[in-house]
Design a protein around this ligand. Sequence first.
Ligand SMILES: C[S@@+](CC[C@H](N)C(=O)[O-])C[C@H]1O[C@@H](n2cnc3c(N)ncnc32)[C@H](O)[C@@H]1O
Length: 229
Amino acid sequence: MISCIGVGPGDVSFLTQKGAALLAEADVVAGFDAVVKVVETAIPSNSQVITMGYKDQTDKLAEVAALHHQGKRCVVVFMGDVHFSGFQYLERVERACGHVVETLPGISSAQVMASRGRVCFDETTFITFHRRGDIEPFMRHLVHVLNDGRNAIVIPRPWDFMPKDVARYLVDSGVSSDHIVEVWENLTVKEAKWTGKLGDLTGDFSDMSIMLVRALCPMPSQLEAAATK
Ligand SMILES: C[S@@+](CC[C@H](N)C(=O)[O-])C[C@H]1O[C@@H](n2cnc3c(N)ncnc32)[C@H](O)[C@@H]1O
């Protein structure tokens, strides 16, 4: 048996009970170093732990797949939720195993961002740039999202498309520099927040950051709230 589980955004208290139960029964726990670290207290001392980085992930996942085929109970851990900005890694796990793998949802950094920013999912679009390959279509989509009057929760790309690059691209694409933006770092752990206008977003942030670009016009839920006051 092999499962891919989301372990939440950083603090182990956000790990679901179901995820903790799978870890408690695991013979093998695998994942990127930083993600395994999040759940280290939930891993039994007799479990085999296989950590990996970007460069050795193919070899390490082959090792995990071999143990799975030998009948070991394997759990591969993902930051946040598997289903947001986790599918390229999921595909690598499935390629190594040669079959589709069960996933267990976790609490995404995007959900925590929505909670901190008090925006509802219905009026918000989630976009990640944290992926290999061409991000142009996602960049254009973000422009449409904002022009359609929706909020956007955005995961930047650490190596070349960080919050200030996203802001510059949007303003250069004709999006108003008056959009209010929040950038949050290390949600649930050592949180730090920057708020300001899109046009003023020029600072540097760590890899563990996520952005909320608020819609310019009031959203239906905000109008409703104002009407009932
Ligand atoms: C490959 S993506 C994985 C996202 C994850 N699957 C999720 O649902 O949150 C990794 C990026 O998500 C963002 N991220 C993940 N956890 C975060 C946190 N606790 N605070 C801020 N950003 C976070 C960062 O931009 C990080 O580089």
